[in-house]
Design a protein around this ligand. Structure first.
Ligand code: UD1
Length: 445
């Protein structure tokens, strides 16, 4: 661990104290049909901006059904290092924003979690001041933040971009404004909403993202006393308020985790009931999965899936909600790799999402990439191999592929998977998978 920044080490220690099952790798014996019921964890992408929203209030915000994952622990660390107090008991997180003292996010945290950028809008809304660093590119793409900065500037923030990648933002007074996004960025929409809640006057956000996580954030903010309308539409209107109050909100089930587990059942064959999954949040995914041969039933309590055969091939294109989510593109690549024919995927959101293909090829997958297009010729089964998780969803996709592979697959780099999945091994083993966890060695701590 030599060379790791001190803050990162603190975060890792907290992770272990909180009972995160650190993993250096996992081993999967494939071709084992699944059967059973699991509960879907709370949504990572909903919980993180909600934690940022808590900063807007000088008091207590309670979030229920918070997933116990690395990104949440990292956000807790950031909030605590800024002076807030965070108490996580089970899946209930109480954040006290009263004691917020600092508004400069250390670079180590920004590197560990790019989505910490949403704190920029929250700190500006609360204190009229914020500082952070450029998140920089990552394995899934270049991750620019121009739309975030454009929106915050329209609200009156003066933002200085300094040579070392530091961003310093200040606003004597944030003022409502008309903001028009050329692309519905999830993070930029969240950042602007967080800053606009306590701005003077009315903010109109046109071209806003419509992802379910944006809807949850708006509902939570309204529960704190914000005045937001147009929720779920591409134009959102925020009437600024001068103060917020204590509140409680339940984080919804994670639609991406649900989509991953649906893919697992489709790869392994069998059936499962995913309690807490909301089928209405996966319109395009369920449509594609049905085309591939899955029988899917949705109910208020969850989603049931059954798969009896090898998937049929499909062509799909990722896109902003309600399009096919880019986060489920990698698991879909795994499913197409075992399909009964030739399928295609076009990635329109993050250019680097095809890194998983390199690892899938080691398992026998036949994937040709040309720019943003992948052509996949299915073969069944794949074969076990030693592979490495390239990123969070790419890691999950390797688990999906390993369930349809003959023999043993060893996946390293599982730290990526732990950022977003609370207990992927335990959940799949409860359905009858054969997954062995290789715990992190003490010497490596
Ligand atoms: C969020 C999700 C991520 C998901 C993505 C798209 C979280 C923590 N992460 O990421 O899992 O895959 O939405 O659904 O919620 N862009 C710009 N300029 C900007 C901002 C974005 O050009 O200022 C581009 C990005 O490079 C990308 C596209 O817009 O090509 C989508 O990005 P965005 O919707 O902002 O994704 P994130 O909020 O980063």
């Amino acid at each position: 661990m030599a060379g790791q920044p001190k803050l990162f080490l603190q975060h890792k220690i907290r992770y272990e104290i909180l009972g995160g099952n650190g993993l250096s790798g996992i081993e999967i014996e494939g071709l084992c049909p699944l059967d059973g019921e699991i509960v879907i964890q709370g949504s990572k992408n909903a919980a993180l901006p909600m934690m940022a929203a808590a900063v807007l209030h000088r008091g207590i915000t309670v979030l229920k059904n918070v997933p116990r994952i690395r990104d949440v622990f990292c956000m807790m660390d950031i909030l605590e290092s800024m002076g807030c107090s965070c108490e996580l008991e089970g899946h209930q997180l109480a954040i006290d924003g009263q004691t917020l003292k600092r508004i400069a996010i250390p670079r180590a945290y920004v590197t560990a979690m790019r989505s910490s950028i949403v704190l920029l809008g929250a700190f500006l809304g609360r204190c009229g001041e914020a500082a952070t660093y450029y998140p920089g590119g990552c394995s899934i793409g270049s991750r620019p933040i121009d739309l975030h900065l454009y929106g915050l500037r329209k609200l009156g923030a003066k933002i200085e971009e300094q040579g070392d990648g530091k961003i310093a933002a200040r606003a004597d007074k944030l003022c409502g404004s008309r903001i028009r996004f050329p692309f519905p960025s999830v993070g930029a929409t969240e950042n602007v909403l967080l800053a606009a809640v306590r701005a003077g006057g009315t903010t109109v956000v046109e071209g806003a993202a419509r992802e379910p996580e944006i809807i949850s954030l708006c509902r939570m903010l309204n529960g704190m006393g914000a005045r937001i309308s147009g929720i779920g539409e591409d134009t959102i209107v925020v009437e600024g308020v001068s103060g917020l109050h204590d509140s409680e909100y339940t984080v919804p089930g994670d639609r991406i985790v649900a989509g991953t587990y649906l893919s697992c059942v489709m790869a392994a064959t069998g059936r499962a009931c995913l309690r807490g999954a909301d089928g209405a949040e996966l319109p395009e995914v369920l449509k594609i999965m049905r085309h591939m041969g899955a029988e899917v039933e949705t109910a208020p309590s969850g989603v049931r899936v059954s798969m009896r055969r090898r998937p049929k091939p499909v062509s799909l294109k990722t896109g902003p909600y309600p399009g096919f989510p880019t986060d489920l593109q990698s698991p879909m690549l795994s499913l197409l790799s075992i399909s009964d024919g030739c399928g295609q995927v076009r990635e329109t959101v993050f250019e680097g999402r095809f890194a998983t293909a390199r690892e899938l090829r080691k398992m026998g997958a036949c994937i040709d990439i040309d720019g943003s297009q992948a052509v996949v010729s299915g073969r069944y089964p794949l074969h076990g191999a030693v592979v490495s998780a390239p990123d969070l969803r790419g890691g999950a996709a390797l688990v999906v592929a390993a369930l349809a592979a003959e023999g043993r697959t060893e996946i390293s780099g599982c730290g990526h998977i732990l950022r977003g999945y609370e207990d992927i091994c335990g959940d799949l083993n409860a359905l009858g998978a054969r997954i062995l966890r290789r715990p992190e060695e003490t010497a490596a701590r």
